[in-house]
Design a protein around this ligand. Sequence first.
Ligand code: FES
Length: 269
Amino acid sequence: MATRAATKVNQPHRLGFLATLRKDTWWIEPGLIAVFLTVFLGYLTISAFIDTAWEYEVGPYLTPVFEPRLAGPFDAWWFSPALLILWGPVGFRATSYYYRRAYYRSYFLSPPGCAVGDALPKYKGESRFPLVLQNLHRFFMYVALVFVPLLWIGALQGFYNSEEVIHGETVSTGIGIGLGSIILCVNAFLLMMYTFSCHSFRHFIGGGLDCFSCSAFTRTRKRLWDRVTIWNANHRFFAWASLVWIVFTDLYIRLVANGTVNDPNTWGF
Ligand code: FES
């Protein structure tokens, strides 16, 4: 009898929906995650569609939602150019092992928590369409790696102003620094660490080896793998920190661009 009960607790889909023996407030975490994911991802979705140039860039600052800056024919594209870029980062985040855990629990309630009854009567795993597409994560990781230097280039461009007139005032040009430059660097750093702490990146660095000590190359991979393993243990932190910070960065640059917030900087705008 005890064995049967234990088996059910270990297989939440066999309990009734939301049935559990847990006495703690297990529902707080998935509830908060549902609220925060909706707010932050909803904000970024709306932001990607607000594509009037004066609303997403000012002086040397360009919101990371529109990074890298698309020029030439894309400028005249009828839709927001951010949509040409964002499929990579969005696909990377949507298929992330951490975010899967978060939205399976918070949105699909499948299961809502450990040892809590599942909303779905049967566990099918990720072996069938559409969830089998989660296996694309490793390929989105390669795309995300391309964005790491692009984000840093955008952040470093935040130290060079070429605009002479901003908000109707003549301002200085050239190398300088402002609060926005620092915010953009923190954003590039957090998104880089989110990518470098990814489980697929950890496998890319040190996976698939039978012997770590067999050559100088495998020993180097082992050293890198040890480092990435430390970052990987903090992947959840980087997932949230990078998400919150990109929203903050986008909001800050848009508020500076429309004159609501004054950015302290050496160029004088
Ligand atoms: S980005 Fe989260 S596991 Fe790869």
